[in-house]
Design a protein around this ligand. Structure first.
Ligand SMILES: [Ca+2]
Ligand SMILES: [Ca+2]
Length: 154
């Protein structure tokens, strides 16, 4: 009985907090949506319509309070590959040691795409793009479309 009561209060609490946050944050959400960002699974994504180098793309996302997309699960994989463009993602090999790292510093552990880095020669391909259904390492200075991801409470 106590458990039921506890979980009721817990539920009410969460609902209230969520309601308050929702009242505060929709303007922010609205701003992003107005600028063409897409809302998917509690996150916002920006699919560029112009092309930049990997570093310029990363910088663009940071200026928007976001990051180059980090692909954490199958849903995000399917979502990000649907745009039929060569797009930079937030994965690179900063030390050129073939240790692939996400822009938030996490190492690459799970690959949701087929990823066979082939730019070993002079380590010239240190940044990663979505290409068709796969990931591909590419020279960071090439111009590509890109995807930013913004998390947060909306
Ligand atoms: Ca993500
Ligand atoms: Ca390659």
């Amino acid at each position: 009985k106590q458990n039921v009561k506890d979980s009721f209060w817990k539920y009410l609490n969460i609902t209230c907090v969520y309601g308050i946050l929702k009242a505060i944050f929709p303007p922010i959400l609205g701003q992003y949506l107005q600028k063409g960002w897409l809302y998917f699974h509690d996150r916002l994504y920006y699919i560029s319509s112009t092309e930049k180098t990997w570093h310029e793309s990363k910088e663009y996302c940071r200026q928007q309070g976001a990051e180059l997309v980090i692909i954490n699960n199958k849903e995000e994989q399917d979502f990000t590959r649907q745009f039929n463009r060569l797009t930079w993602i937030g994965l690179h090999d900063p030390a050129m040691t073939r240790e692939w790292t996400w822009v938030n510093g996490d190492p690459l552990i799970t690959r949701f795409y087929l990823f066979i880095p082939n730019g070993y020669e002079n380590n010239t391909e240190s940044c990663v793009e979505i290409r068709d259904f796969n990931w591909n390492d590419e020279p960071c200075g090439n111009q590509k479309f890109w995807i930013c991801e913004k998390d947060g409470v909306f």
